[in-house]
Design a protein around this ligand. Sequence first.
Ligand code: GLN
Length: 216
Amino acid sequence: TATVGVLALQGDVREHAAALVASGARAVPVRRPTELDAVDGLVLPGGESTTIDKLLRIFDLADPLRAAIRAGLPVYGSCAGMILLADRIEGGIDGQRTLGGMDVVVRRNAFGRQVDSFEADLDMAGVSDGPGGRPVRTAFIRAPWIESAGPEVEVLARIPDRWADGAAVGDAAGKIVAARAGRLLATAFHPEITGESRVHTLFVRMVEESNREGAR
Ligand code: GLN
């Protein structure tokens, strides 16, 4: 059984842990470097990326986590977690840093004020295209999007040109909202709060694969 940590400094740790357990993993909270050493993979939950960035430094986790990502630790970042995984950020506050690892430019609070939170059904490669597959029920909460991605990044989901009910999408049409690069997975949305666990199942499979490939 893969042991997957959930960064427990801020955010909806419990919902992520439940989705991991539903996907067959053991879920443990991570607040210190020693706990980080004990996991096979890590989830970075949503929350507020500026706050998480500060807390990572206060808890002496920023450098160990950066090193672990470089060394190949599988990490899934949702929403604020996606911002943390991005190599570059637009719309960040002064001095805001990311952990990096994924060759993307992320735009913070990209969906703007009037639609800063909404739910949507999305197609996601590796998740909704399976047997008996159905779209992923997602929640966007003051979410970022990926403005541009490097050649090594696999795009897994985009905002469609039109919503299922025919409503126009506007600026967000075609924007990347889920991506994978090596052992890193990022979604702009929260799948865990709609009771969806298939995105976590995809991540747990990535963790198991990395365990099979051997020690980091
Ligand atoms: N807007 C938040 C940020 O910039 C992210 C919101 C979320 O994680 N739900 O960090």
